[in-house]
Design a protein around this ligand. Sequence first.
Ligand SMILES: [Zn+2]
Ligand SMILES: [Zn+2]
Length: 253
Amino acid sequence: MFQYLWADLHIHTVLSPCAEVEMIPPLIIRRARDLGLGLIAVTDHNSAENVAAVIEAAEGSGVAVLPGMEIQSREEVHLLTLFDTVEQVLAWQAEVYAHLPDLKNDADYFGAQFVVDATGEYVRTNERLLSVSTDLSLEEVVTRVRALGGLVIPAHVDRPSFSLIVNLGFVPPDLDIPAVEIFRFSREEEVRQRFPQLRGYTFIRSGDAHRLSEIGARTMFKVAAPTVRELDLALRGEQGRRVEIAKTIASFK
Ligand SMILES: [Zn+2]
Ligand SMILES: [Zn+2]
């Protein structure tokens, strides 16, 4: 009854100002399927307006899509937030928007933020500045996401910027996180040596994909279903569930 799902839980779409225009729903799904991924998460910066389109594009593909968002906390730390339903992630988005400064995006400087449909057709431009910190603290992010039924995983903790470890130097005690994410080229043993303060935390590795070729830094999840609760159990190594980072990285080209 267990499934072994290769997952990349950190994928940006054209809604993220820094993502390439090729990051549209059908191409993301095709790439995921070609790489043998059974599970992906859509995690745009501080917004989830393309999540439903990617889920629709994935219908019948065999690729499960988790609704998500990469939020930037007050401490300039990036955190993956993952949910089971579009309703949950949109409720989260409403909270996030209420905690973002009300500023307009400078598309020439940061890049444009496109909302698209399941075929990748342009729907509208999100004019709001998304590449900025919310005024929510790390603890507030975790508490609010858990209350909505979601899961929080600090993103790319070994990167030099927007990272929990580099910005803060440590993981705040009592933060309810089951795992941390390491960057797509990082090796678990090296990160553990560099950051002994991560002892005791499970690692996942994701693509943080801003272009199609960056999808595929896989982590294997042994779960009964691709749900937040099952992922949480797998990340904590409970009830027969577990995770394992791929020995090799799916081809980057
Ligand atoms: Zn990030
Ligand atoms: Zn990212």
